[in-house]
Design a protein around this ligand. Structure first.
Ligand code: HEM
Length: 403
């Protein structure tokens, strides 16, 4: 291909001029469905935008998720490698190592286990709604509802004290912020690791009927784990398990307030919730900066030859608005069958928390619609502050009011 690296567009694309639920617009910024972009760390990568091609990348064993490999496409420089940072952090591992850790957690996060959590999720949702109603109107729905609900649920599941939520939420925010320096991100990860390390040591000593307690006691498939491995798994689950779902609850509420008919219909017929949640996941696709991979073999994707050693970004937000896969993809359509979306990724690393996230979203949105039918924005929609500096799309605040 002709051109120097600097001729390619810079990724991530700026979305400062776009509404909260528009994806960063890649149309016209790339020359083909698989085309090169420059990364903020200096190199370049292939940006893959079609649903079929993104799926192919994410399921192909010739693409690695191991961030420590030379040439891996990075949006932020890597800190100096330390073994303890890698241990147990299986989202960045390839087979067979990845599968060993993942299988240990499968029973904890499967649908059957999540069903047992439904009463707890229901009580958590009702509790924070009671508090918000007691406090307002108006209120910031992000701070009073969207963030506390998944934070408390993941704490319960893992065995992390909810009293420490301000600490782990603030460090997670720094970790996921594209504005953080390497040093800031590393310091935030170190704080979380030190905290979880003390917690895991206490679980080893005192036991605990929760995920960390079971991992610490070695009651898992695949043999016992050492301390750093458990801490790495705990870090991944805690970070991945609250901010993502929180952002989805906040943004989903904004979409529903923009479509009040859908909000009312949900209150009348909660059976609509599962399909609605799938469409919200597709439409919002909060993992905006896509999933990075490194080709470890020569592979053809969407007619483009990709050579071993080249980086790829699988752009979920573009794939979920692929017009070959979804009719009028930019339209939010609660009645469409959105099931083939890939907001949770695809292939071996596909989100392990998806049954939990779906359940939390369904219960939270139905409760909001039924208990606060007059819910509406307390500011004009264009003043709702989007979090522009995060790898995960979300709202800073959602000021709401009700009668
Ligand atoms: C709506 C909320 C959520 C979204 C949109 C989401 C999205 C994703 C995506 C796109 C991936 C794939 C990453 C990759 O392939 O590199 C992923 C992986 C993962 N997610 Fe989620 N997630 C959500 C909620 C959760 C929750 C509640 C948990 C709770 C534990 C969780 C835990 C994980 C873990 C552990 C992985 C790594 C899986 C692996 O590497 O095998 N996520 N998530």
């Amino acid at each position: 291909m002709a051109g120097t690296v600097t001729d390619f567009p810079l990724f991530p694309f700026s979305d400062s001029d776009r509404a909260a639920f528009d994806p960063p617009d890649y149309h016209g910024r790339t020359e083909a469905p698989v085309s090169r972009v420059v990364l903020p760390t200096g190199g370049w990568a292939w940006l893959v935008t079609r649903l079929a091609d993104v799926r192919e990348v994410l399921r192909h064993p010739g693409f690695s998720a191991d961030i420590s490999r030379p040439g891996f496409p990075l949006l932020r420089p890597l800190p100096p490698a330390r073994d303890r940072d890698r241990a147990g952090f299986f989202i960045r591992m390839d087979e067979p190592e990845h599968g060993r850790y993942r299988r240990m957690l499968t029973p904890e996060f499967m649908l059957k286990s999540v069903r047992r959590l439904e009463p707890l999720i229901g009580r958590t949702v009702d509790g924070f709604l009671d508090d918000m109603i007691g406090y307002g109107p108006p209120a910031d729905l992000v701070a009073r509802f969207a963030l506390p609900v998944p934070s408390m649920v993941i704490c319960h599941l893992l065995g992390v004290p909810y009293d420490d939520h301000a600490f782990f939420q603030s460090r997670t925010r720094v970790l996921l912020s594209s504005g953080s320096t390497v040093e800031q991100a590393q310091a935030a990860a170190d704080d979380l690791r030190d905290y979880l390390s003390r917690l895991v040591a206490a679980k080893r000593r005192d036991g605990g009927d929760d995920v960390l307690g079971r991992l610490a006691a070695g009651r898992t498939r695949g043999g016992p784990l050492d301390h750093d491995e458990i801490v790495g798994m705990a870090l991944l689950l805690l970070v991945a398990g609250h901010e993502t779902t929180a952002n989805m609850i906040g943004l989903s509420t904004l979409v529903l307030l923009h479509h009040p008919g859908q909000f009312a219909a949900l209150a009348d017929d909660p059976d609509r919730a599962p399909a609605l949640v799938e469409e919200l996941l597709r439409y919002l696709t909060i993992v905006r900066t896509g999933l990075p991979r490194l080709a470890v073999a020569d592979i053809e994707i969407g007619g483009q030859h990709i050579r071993a050693g080249e980086g790829v970004i699988a752009l979920l937000s573009a794939a979920n608005r692929d017009e070959e896969a979804f009719t009028e993809p930019d339209r939010f359509d609660a009645d469409r069958d959105a099931q083939q979306h890939i907001a949770f990724g695809y292939g071996a690393h596909q989100c392990i928390g998806q049954p939990l996230a779906r359940t939390e979203l369904r219960i939270a949105l139905v409760a909001l619609a039924q208990r606060l039918p007059t819910l509406r924005l307390a500011v004009p929609e264009e003043e709702v502050a989007v979090r522009r500096d995060s790898f995960i799309h979300g709202l800073q605040r959602l000021p709401v009011t009700w009668n």
